[in-house]
Design a protein around this ligand. Structure first.
Ligand code: PLP
Length: 410
C-alpha cells in the first residue's frame, strides 16, 4: 500500500463527496457525462480573499492564467484580481476578452513577431525574456508608431529554495541575467520604449513560508539594486509567486499569514517602496488548484496477479499531473477517493488506472480504497490547475473532458 496526498479541507471529512453542496452524480448529470472537471468558484473567491487579507495592501494580485484558462473561469476571476499574466498569443486573446490590456502582462520565451505585435497594439505589457526580444519589440513598435510597453524579466542570481520548479540561479531560457538587466533597461528607455518595470520569477510550488519570504526579500533587494543600476524607477515590480498547494503525502499548506507578515517587513527595508512603484505577485495553482475535482467513472474492475485495478473512463489525457508525468521526478499519489464512499473504511488496495493503452496511465498507485464497483465515480482532487489544458488530450483519440464552473446559483 502506498500513501496518497491530503484531500483538500473543503472536501475532506464527509461520508460522501459534496461539491458546493451537491454530490458528484448531481454535477455529472448537470454537465452531461464523465469524465468531468468541476471547479467551485466560491472556493476560488475565498482563496483570493484569503490572499488579499494576508498580503500587504501595497501588493497587487495577478492570476497566471495558464493554471486554468477556462473562459468562464477567467471571466469570473478577472474582477477579483488586479492583473492577468499570460504566456502566449492565445492566452493574450483570452485575457483581453475579460481584462483591460493595461492590466495584462505577457511573459514566456519564443514570442513570435505576430504575438509581440498583438500585445503592442493592445497595450499589454511584454515581459521581455531576452535582449533579442527587446530589439524585436522596439522594431515592431517603431514600424507601428507605438511605444511598446515592456518590462524586463530578470533571471535572478538566486533561486527559490524548496520549490518544485526552480527558475533562477542558473542558466535559463527565462529572463535576462541579472547582471545584464539594467543595461537592457537603459537601452529600452533610450530607444523610446514605455518601460514598465521588472518581472522576477524564481520558482513554483513552494510550500515553506520561510523559503518564500527569503525569496521575496531577495527579490525586493534585487529590484532596488537593478533600479539603481538602470538609473530609473520601475512603475511595477512583479515579485513572481510560487505559492504551492499540498499534493502529496507529507505536504502541508503554505503559512499565508507568515508570508504576508514577512513581505510587509521586507517592504519596509525596500527603497523603492517609499516611491511610486507598485508591487505585484502572480499566482496560478494557489488560487485555483484546490477548487477543482476531476470526476471519472469506473468502467472495469479487474484482478491481475493478486492486484486489483480500478479502470476509469478518464486518464492522463485529461489529468496528466495525477499520473506523475508532469514535472515530478518520483511518482507519488494525488489524493483520490470513491466519491460516494469518501468516509468509508478501506477494504483493500487498488490501483486506479485510466483508459489509455499505456502503462503510464496510472492515476493512483496501490492505494487503500473502499469496495468499488463498475459504475462508481472516482474523484481525483487538486484538479483545478494544470489539468485539462496541461494534458495531452489528443493522445489516443478519446473525447475531451467536460468542464463545469460552479457559480453561486449554478
Ligand atoms: C506558470 C507561471 C506562473 C504560475 O505558476 P504557479 O505555480 O501555478 O503559481 C506564474 N508566473 C509565471 C511567469 C509562470 O510562468
Amino acid at each position: 500500500m502506498k500513501p496518497m496526498g491530503p484531500i483538500p479541507p473543503a472536501f475532506a471529512g464527509r461520508q460522501v463527496l459534496t461539491i458546493a453542496g451537491h454530490d458528484a452524480e448531481y454535477w455529472i448529470a448537470r454537465a452531461g457525462d464523465t469524465p468531468l472537471f468541476v471547479y467551485d468558484l466560491a472556493l476560488i473567491a475565498a482563496r483570493v480573499a484569503e490572499v488579499r487579507a494576508a498580503l500587504p495592501d501595497r501588493i497587487d494580485l495577478h492570476y497566471a492564467i495558464k493554471a486554468n484558462p477556462l473562459p468562464a473561469l477567467l471571466a469570473a476571476i478577472s474582477p477579483l484580481v488586479d492583473g492577468l499574466d499570460v504566456a502566449s498569443g492565445g492566452e493574450l486573446a483570452k485575457a483581453l476578452e475579460v481584462k483591460d490590456a493595461a492590466a495584462i502582462s505577457f511573459a514566456g520565451p519564443g514570442k513570435r513577431d505576430d504575438e509581440l505585435e498583438a500585445a503592442i497594439v493592445a497595450g499589454a505589457t511584454l515581459n521581455l525574456e531576452s535582449e533579442g526580444e527587446g530589439r524585436r519589440a522596439l522594431a515592431i513598435g517603431h514600424r507601428l508608431g507605438i511605444a511598446p510597453r515592456v518590462a524586463v524579466r530578470v533571471n535572478p542570481d538566486f533561486e527559490l529554495r524548496g520549490s518544485g520548479m526552480r527558475m533562477g540561479g542558473r542558466a535559463s531560457p527565462f529572463g535576462v541575467d541579472a547582471d545584464r538587466a539594467a543595461i537592457l533597461v537603459r537601452d529600452l528607455i533610450a530607444n523610446g520604449a514605455d518601460w514598465h518595470g521588472f518581472h522576477i520569477y524564481t520558482g513554483s510550488q513552494a510550500l515553506d513560508a520561510e523559503a518564500i519570504a527569503e525569496m521575496q526579500a531577495a527579490t525586493l533587494a534585487l529590484a532596488d539594486r537593478l533600479s539603481d543600476e538602470a538609473g530609473a524607477v520601475p512603475p511595477l515590480v512583479n515579485l513572481g509567486g510560487g505559492f504551492g498547494i499540498p499534493y502529496f503525502p507529507g505536504d502541508t499548506p503554505v503559512d499565508l499569514p507568515a508570508v504576508g507578515t514577512a513581505l510587509g517587513e521586507a517592504l519596509t527595508s525596500t527603497r523603492l517602496a517609499s516611491g511610486p512603484t507598485r508591487f505585484a505577485i502572480e499566482l496560478g495553482r494557489y488560487l485555483v488548484g484546490e477548487a477543482g475535482v476531476y470526476l471519472t467513472r469506473v468502467v472495469d474492475v479487474k484482478q491481475s496477479q493478486g492486484e486489483t485495478f480500478v479502470v476509469v473512463d478518464g486518464g492522463l489525457h485529461h489529468q496528466l499531473a495525477a499520473s506523475g508525468n508532469f514535472g515530478t521526478v518520483v511518482r507519488r499519489n494525488y489524493p483520490v477517493a470513491n466519491a460516494a464512499k469518501l468516509g468509508a473504511d478501506p477494504t483493500g488496495t487498488v490501483s486506479v488506472v485510466g483508459s489509455l493503452c499505456t502503462p503510464l496511465d496510472r492515476l493512483a498507485d496501490r492505494v487503500s480504497f473502499p469496495d468499488t464497483a463498475v459504475g462508481d465515480v472516482v474523484a481525483i482532487f487538486l484538479a483545478g490547475a494544470y489539468g485539462a489544458t496541461a494534458s495531452p488530450s489528443a493522445f489516443l483519440g478519446h473525447p475531451a473532458a467536460r468542464e463545469l464552473l460552479i457559480m453561486p446559483q449554478t
